[in-house]
Structures are given as structure tokens and as C-alpha cells.
Design a protein around this ligand. Structure first.
Ligand code: SF4
Length: 60
């Protein structure tokens, strides 16, 4: 699920994945929406953000 960055971050979502294209400083997600998978996940470890995209540039 690929979406463009939006100007505003998603409220009530804290994401610490700073290697994601949608990550913003302050632990925000700037994707317009996100998809979490998989169905029937058993624990936190198994639960992933399917919208994640590796950040290509450099982050200081
Ligand atoms: S798309 Fe997913 S992994 Fe990326 S910043 Fe948003 S919540 Fe985090």
C-alpha cells in the first residue's frame, strides 16, 4: 500500500520507525492513512505496518 506523504501527521499514532519514508521528527507518521497487518496476529512482534517504505535519503 503506497501513499504519498501528507502535510499533517496522523493524530493518536506514535511511530518510532525513523527509517520509514513517512516518519517525522517527534515520532509522527505523515502518511494519509496506514494499514496494519496481518489478520490474526498473535502478538506485538507479529504486527507490522504494511505502509512502511524504507527512507531513501539521509536523516541527520
Ligand atoms: S507508515 Fe507505518 S512505519 Fe511508516 S511512519 Fe507511518 S506508522 Fe510508522
Amino acid at each position: 500500500m503506497h501513499v504519498n506523504n501528507s502535510d499533517e501527521h496522523i493524530h493518536r499514532v506514535k511511530c518510532t520507525v525513523n527509517t520509514c519514508q513517512y516518519y517525522a521528527e517527534g515520532d509522527y507518521c505523515t502518511a494519509p492513512s496506514i494499514e496494519i497487518q496481518p489478520r490474526n496476529a498473535k502478538d506485538t512482534q507479529e504486527t507490522d505496518c504494511a505502509t512502511f517504505r524504507p527512507y531513501q535519503g539521509m536523516r541527520g
